[in-house]
Design a protein around this ligand. Sequence first.
Ligand code: GLN
Length: 486
Amino acid sequence: MHVDREGALRAAREWDARYAGGGALPPLAGLPVAVKDIICTAGMPTTCGSRILAGWVPPYDATVVSRLKDAGAVIVGKTNLDEFAMGSSTENSGFGPTRNPWDPERVPGGSSGGSAAAVAAGMIPLALGTDTGGSIRQPAGFTSIVGMKPTYGRVSRYGLVAFASSLDQVGPMARTVADAALLLHVIAGRDPKDSTSVDIPVDDYPGTLPRGARGLRIGIAREAFGQGLQGDVGEAVQAAAAHLGGLGAVLTEVSLPSIPYALPTYYLLATSEASANLARYDGVQYGLRVPTDDLFTMYTRTRRQGFGSEVKRRIMLGTYALSAGYYEGFFLKAQRVRTLIRREFLQALDAVDLVLMPVSPTVPFRLGEKVDDPLQMYLADIYTIPVNLAGLPGISVPCGFSNGLPIGLQLIGKPFDEATVLRAAYAYEQDTDWHTRRPPVVGQTHSQAVAEVHKRDRATPRPAPKRGAQTRRRSSRKSKKARTRK
Ligand code: GLN
C-alpha cells in the first residue's frame, strides 16, 4: 500500500555501514519488515485501509514499530488490510483487494492479507499483523506462512489503531517458526504506554525452539472437526496431529462445547467495541472531512462517505447491542458467554499443554465469492475467534495443500506460554517440508505478476452477484470502484 523506498534504502545503508565496521549488531539489523497499515508509523501514511484516513500521517511510532527500529529492522512500508481490520479476505479494503500468491483469483485471507501475501510471495521476510478474531492466523493459513497471535497483554498496542480493544493483539508473520519467534521476541513485553500490556517476563522464544515436541500433551479439540469443515482440510490437520504424535507428543481429545457460541458472541462484543472506538472519525480530528455549513451534517456526510459498507454495518450492529433496553440482552449476555468460553479453554489447558484444531474450515475462497454474504464471511474465522475471546496465544503453521491451496494447523497455548506453542510448531515444521514450498509467483518480476493477473481476469469473469443479497449487490470489481469515490 505504501513503500518507503527512500527511508528504507537510507536505513539499510546505515546498517550496511555498521556491519562493515564490525562489532555487535542488534537481532534484526538490516532486515526488512512490512507493517500492517493499522499500526502507526511516524512520517508514513496509516490509512487502516479506510478512505476516511486516506492521507493521514501519524506523528509518532507505535511501540512495536519503535521496538523493531531499535532492533535494527528496516521498515519498508505498510500493507493492505480489510478496512479497520474488519474482514476475512482483504476485500473490504477501501483501496482494493489483495490477491493470494498461490492463486491470484483467490483471497489471501484477512484482515492482515497484505502482510500475508507479501511474506508468502517472497517480497519480504517478516511482517506485523494484528489479530482480533483471526486476522493473523487465518491469512497465514491461507498463504502457507507462519502467523502468531500472542496472549492478550503480551504485546503493546500503543499506536495500534483500535478495532475491538478487549481482543486486538499485534503479532508476527513470517516464513518460518524461527523467524516468527525472533520477531515476537523483539516486540513482546510490558510497555508503560499501554496499561493492558502485562509485566510477565518474556521467554527466550528462539532459544527454546529446539526442545522438541517429546512429552508435550496435545489435546485435539473434538468440536472443531464436525460439520462445516472441508474434508481434506480436516484430514490434513488430523495427519499433522498424528505427525506430532510420531514426534513424541502425547495426543488426547479435549472438549470445548461452547465453540459454536463463539461466533455470535464475538460479533456482539467486537461490533460493540468498534462502534465506540470508531466514534472518533468525525471529520474533525483525523483524515477526511466533507465540508458543509452545519456541524452535524459534516459529521454524517464524512462518515457516510469515508466508511465502507462493512464498517457501517458493524457500527450499526454495535450501537444497537449497546443501546438502552438491549444492552442486558445482547452485550451483557455475550460477556457472560465469553467468560464461559475462556473457562472451558483454561480447563482443557489444565490437562494438556496445547489445544490443536484447524485454522480455517476451508482453503482460500475466490475473490467475490463471499462479499455479498457477511455471515458466510464470518464463518471463515470459526476456529480462530474462540482463541481471541479466551485471550490465549495461537499459531498457524503450514500443514498441507488441497489442489495447490494451503492448509494451516492451529496450536493454542496457555496464557503467556508462547514458548511452548512456538516449540511445538517448530518441531512439526522442521520434520515436514510444507514451509519450503513457494507459490508460483515467486521469482516473477512485479510486472510479470501483474500481467498474469490481468490475463486471468480476462479469461475468467467475476461470478455474477447473488440475487437478494443484503448489501453490495455489485460485482466485486464494480463495488471496488464505487468505494473509491474520489
Ligand atoms: N474476520 C474477523 C472480523 O471480521 C476478525 C478480524 C480481525 O481479526 N481483525 O472481525
